[in-house]
Design a protein around this ligand. Structure first.
Ligand code: NAP
Length: 250
């Protein structure tokens, strides 16, 4: 029977494209976001690609108290082989200008929800053959960018947590793998959400290059299929797979 992949933040951008990339390879998918109408549209597109797929929609605001545990309990009965923590948001300016409410949401979604989902999924799947936790970090989870201290801080948490889980799994002989993908600029709703704007961000006017969400979804699939822990994106937008990158003890 087809296994399930769980993807948070699948109503747009990288998560939306990744749900289709996994469905195309025969997975059943569980997709989570606040905007259920977008998830309904995703479900229709998935069923065109793979009419046999079971597509489960979860409506959740991960910035709300207790949501990670409620959602985990809700999906625990499914045979989830791969859990992708993709939901995330950035900030639209320097720390002094940022609203406390926006930073609170960022902490709760990027750090708290991702961290709790990671811990619960790892605890339940330590020795399951093929189990994978994939966390979406950022280039800002490996390098500091100007005026981006808060977002980069949340993404350094993602990179560090995931690399360390994978090192622990391998050292202790467990089967589960934890992997981290660090996108560079990708044309999604991310920039618009950073600024809480009603106007879509025009990536074509941006300086420098960017990837498409479909490219990132294929890179996430390649990370999933390979043996490496970390996926980063080169200056020319290509995937680079490698072992843990952060300095570590021992
Ligand atoms: P996006 O198009 O804005 O997608 C973000 C997703 O997260 C949406 O599905 C959104 O769904 C969900 N989300 C946001 N807040 C949420 C909440 N409170 N509860 C539940 N879901 C929530 O951006 P994206 O670029 O695809 O981002 C995906 C990941 O890639 C993020 O972790 C981001 O940090 C990372 N990343 C992106 C870029 C880039 O340039 N795009 C670069 C580096 C890293 P709803 O709004 O429907 O809830």
């Amino acid at each position: 029977m087809a296994k399930y992949v769980m993807i948070t933040g699948a109503s747009s951008g990288i998560g939306y494209a990744t749900a289709k990339a996994f469905a195309k390879r025969g997975y059943n998918v569980i997709v989570l976001a606040r905007r259920t109408e977008k998830l309904e549209q995703l479900k229709e597109e998935i069923l065109e690609i793979n009419p046999e797929a079971d597509v489960v929609l979860i409506s959740s605001d991960l910035s709300k108290d207790g949501e990670p545990v409620r959602v985990y309990d809700l999906v625990k009965g499914y045979d989830i082989e791969t859990w992708i923590n993709n939901a995330g948001l950035g900030n639209g300016g320097n720390l002094a200008d940022a609203e406390i409410a926006h930073n609170t949401r960022m902490l709760r979604v990027n750090v708290e929800a991702l961290g709790l989902f990671s811990a619960m999924f790892v605890a339940d799947n330590l020795d399951r053959e093929g189990a994978q936790l994939i966390n979406i970090s950022s280039a800002g989870g490996y390098w500091e960018f100007p005026n981006c201290a808060f977002y980069c801080g949340t993404k350094f948490f993602v990179s560090s947590l995931t690399e360390e889980i994978d090192a622990d799994m391998q050292r202790d002989g467990h089967r589960l793998r934890a992997k981290v993908m660090a996108p560079n600029a990708t044309a999604t709703e991310f920039e618009q959400a950073c600024h809480e704007s009603d106007t879509p961000f025009d990536y074509s006017k941006m300086q420098g290059r960017y990837n498409t969400a479909d490219e990132m979804a294929e890179y996430i699939w390649q990370l999933h299929e390979g043996d490496k822990t970390v996926g980063t994106i080169s200056m020319d937008g290509k995937l680079e797979l490698g072992d843990r990158r952060l300095p570590h003890f021992g």
